[in-house]
Design a protein around this ligand. Structure first.
Ligand code: FMN
Length: 308
């Protein structure tokens, strides 16, 4: 706290020294950024989506640049919970000791796979402050439809893992049917909601007439989705009383401030980490300066302070 504004926030039981978090899949496991700045100055980091067993992901090309954003079809490639802990566990435990909260993210293609991932995280990563369920994965049993694409399906997966999780449980929502799915997740036991995940989009190379990714469609992220994400955070905040982790195209302190005014308690920096590895601490400084200008004693006073 350099400005006199209290920056600490409580994201459903994840007690953060400030509201800045980093988005799953855009920040590795944190240690990759240590050469740029002290990662423990952030409020939290969210690890890449991790399954019980390793997933190979989709073929290349997996990333392409589009107007004001990028598209990806990584397909949640990851080395499995044991692989992540073997390589990054000691660093993540140390990060927690240094005061930055670590949120592990669980993914699966079936409810049983989510349960297995969560059980392994509980067993192999007892130091983490929170577990986030990414319910934007394709459900194999339902022909690849999103695991959490309807309120009923979202509630089913949250209810199935809730008894296995001994710490705060966050649910990362797809940008669909936001108010209803937010309410369903809250009712099923989520402690906080993270939104939004990428938006399904398409980019065609007109010379070859082929997709610019290895699949016809991919997930759009970056500044292009920011105003949509602000609207969805606002809708979710109207629908539930649990805290919201706002994600989507945040590249400045003003973008983060918009999320907070719309109702987010924490703000998560994603795609902007790629062109600018020091984006997260810069945005933290800009956010704190804004809160000071607003004349509040704590950042929490600004959560949901949007006036129509
Ligand atoms: C390369 C890449 C990988 C991603 N991997 C994940 C992931 O593993 N789990 C997840 O929930 N979201 C994943 N996302 C989505 C981000 O966490 C975030 O929700 C989204 O990109 C919107 O935020 P942004 O516009 O700030 O990037 C990924 C995004 C990108 C660009």
């Amino acid at each position: 706290m350099v400005s006199g504004v209290g920056m600490a926030v409580d994201l459903g039981g994840v007690k953060m020294r400030n509201p800045i978090n980093t988005a799953s899949g855009t920040f590795g496991f944190g240690w990759q950024l240590e050469g740029f700045y002290d990662v423990s100055t952030l409020g939290a980091i969210t690890a890449k989506g991790t399954s019980a067993e390793p997933w190979p992901g989709n073929p290349a090309p997996r990333l392409c640049e589009v107007s004001s954003g990028i598209m990806n079809t990584i397909g949640l490639a990851n080395p499995g919970v044991a692989g992540v802990i073997e390589k990054s566990g000691a660093y993540l435990a140390e990060l927690e000791r240094r005061g930055c909260r670590v949120i592990m993210q669980a993914v699966g293609h079936t409810i049983e796979e989510y349960r297995s991932a969560v059980r392994l995280i509980e067993e192999l990563a007892p130091f983490v402050s929170g577990i986030e369920l990414n319910i934007s994965c394709p459900n194999i049993a339902r022909g690849g439809k999103l695991v959490g694409g309807t309120p009923e399906d979202a509630a089913e997966v949250v209810r199935a893992v809730r008894p296995l999780v001994s710490r705060p449980l966050l649910v990362k929502m797809a940008p669909v049917r936001v108010p209803e799915i937010a309410r369903a997740c809250e009712g099923a036991g989520a402690d906080a909601l993270s939104l939004i995940n990428t938006i399904n989009a398409m980019s065609i190379d007109v010379r070859t007439r082929r997709s610019r990714l290895s699949k016809p469609t991919g997930g759009l992220s970056g500044p292009a989705i920011h105003p949509i994400a602000v609207r969805m955070v606002w809708e979710a905040a109207q629908a539930v009383s649990i805290p919201i982790n706002g994600i989507g195209g945040i590249s400045s302190g003003a973008d983060a401030a918009e999320m907070i005014l719309a109702g987010a308690t924490a703000v998560t920096v994603g795609t902007q980490n790629l062109p600018d590895p020091t984006a997260a601490p810069r945005i933290l400084g800009e956010l704190e300066a804004w809160a000071s200008e607003q004349g509040v004693s704590g950042i929490n006073e600004l959560v949901g302070a949007f006036e129509c």
